[in-house]
Design a protein around this ligand. Structure first.
Ligand SMILES: [Mg+2]
Length: 94
């Protein structure tokens, strides 16, 4: 997988954002709903109607929207991830 900075730069360069933050967030929710539908079908073993590749595609849709929203808000998710991971470790006493 590409490093976080490479990924965010690629998204910024190749896919110029034309939406405001609220619209991007709504689209993220839409993608999450699509993942929910696909995953529910997959878990019910309706594999003729879905596949792991479709789950993967929906997860990437969420990642794309999340990274774009983070870019718009000037949030470095790598920094945020490391910080929250430390908080989580304290929470579960690791
Ligand atoms: Mg989708």
């Amino acid at each position: 997988m590409k490093k976080y900075q490479e990924l965010t730069k690629e998204i910024e360069d190749k896919f110029p954002n034309r939406w405001d933050e609220q619209t991007r967030l709504l689209h993220l929710f839409e993608e999450a709903g699509e993942l929910s539908d696909i995953l529910a079908m997959y878990l019910k073993k309706k594999k003729g109607e879905t596949s792991k590749e479709k789950i993967q595609a929906e997860m990437c849709g969420i990642l794309f929207d999340l990274l774009t929203l983070a870019n718009m808000l000037d949030i470095d998710l790598e920094v945020a991830y490391n910080k929250e991971l430390e908080n989580f470790k304290k929470y579960i006493n690791l």
